[in-house]
Design a protein around this ligand. Structure first.
Ligand SMILES: Cc1cc2nc3c(=O)[nH]c(=O)nc-3n(C[C@H](O)[C@H](O)[C@H](O)COP(=O)(O)O)c2cc1C
Length: 217
């Protein structure tokens, strides 16, 4: 069994990556009687572009039908994740959206599996359970007020149509700097952020662990 976490954050040991690792720990725990392989794929380590609209994936009779034909660093990743038993996407929120790097990856992953037939059917080689972990500066209340969950629904819906409805979790009010005193950050209370990290982020780690365990149940 193989489960991959796709890290859409440039940071490899901060909020998003930490929660993705917890989720993979949850997968391992829930599948401890099985052979399970987990891996975090750090998108910012890879050189790739978004979909180039070449439509090789839609060309009838082409060997690329239903596959992305662009040969860059993502090509092998797409091969690998297409055979996964679970996929967990993680992203910080940048300007009210997932990061460009993750969105670009999702174009390459999802578009080839979308068929331009009357039903817009989907043809992934394998259906697998999925999850999405979002981390962001705003509080849970503000997130609801500004409609982030509804906005994120759009990409979740495409993932659902392709693989399966993602399990979703949000981590709010994240701690952004190692040392707040070194940065202009008067918009925030460092004290409140630190307290939130200590209590709520610890709970979020547990939630991510459970999300991972539930993913493969
Ligand atoms: C370029 C940039 C844009 C951001 N935009 C938002 C935003 O629109 N809303 C928000 O809640 N947080 C925003 N943030 C904060 C990050 O989403 C948040 O700190 C996140 O948890 C960072 O994840 P990481 O620690 O895994 O890198 C932004 C951060 C950066 C660097």
């Amino acid at each position: 069994m193989k489960v991959y976490a796709i890290n859409g954050s440039p940071r490899k040991n901060k909020n998003t990556a930490t929660l993705l690792q917890k989720a993979l720990d949850g997968v391992k725990e829930a599948a401890k009687d099985k052979e399970v392989e987990t891996e975090i794929i750090n998108l910012y380590d890879l050189n790739y572009t978004g979909c180039k609209s070449c439509f090789a994936c839609k060309r009838l009779g082409s060997k690329s039908y239903g596959k992305c034909a662009i040969k860059d660093d993502i090509y092998e990743v797409l091969e690998k994740v297409s055979q996964a038993d679970g996929l967990i996407f993680g992203s910080p929120i940048y300007f009210s959206n997932i990061t460009g790097q993750l969105l670009t990856f999702l174009e390459r992953l999802l578009f080839p599996y979308l068929v331009y037939d009357k039903n817009y059917s989907t043809i992934p080689p394998k259906k697998m359970p999925t999850a999405f972990i979002y981390t962001m500066n705003v509080s849970e209340n503000l997130m609801e007020q500004v409609g982030y969950p509804e906005a994120f629904n759009k990409i979740e819906y495409t993932i659902e149509r392709t693989f399966a409805k993602p399990l979703v979790m949000y981590s709010n009010d994240t701690y952004q700097f190692d040392d707040y005193s070194k940065y202009e950050s008067s918009a925030f209370s460092e004290e409140a952020k630190a307290a939130h990290r200590k209590i709520q982020f610890t709970l979020d780690c547990q939630k991510a662990f459970e999300l991972g365990a539930n993913l493969i149940k």
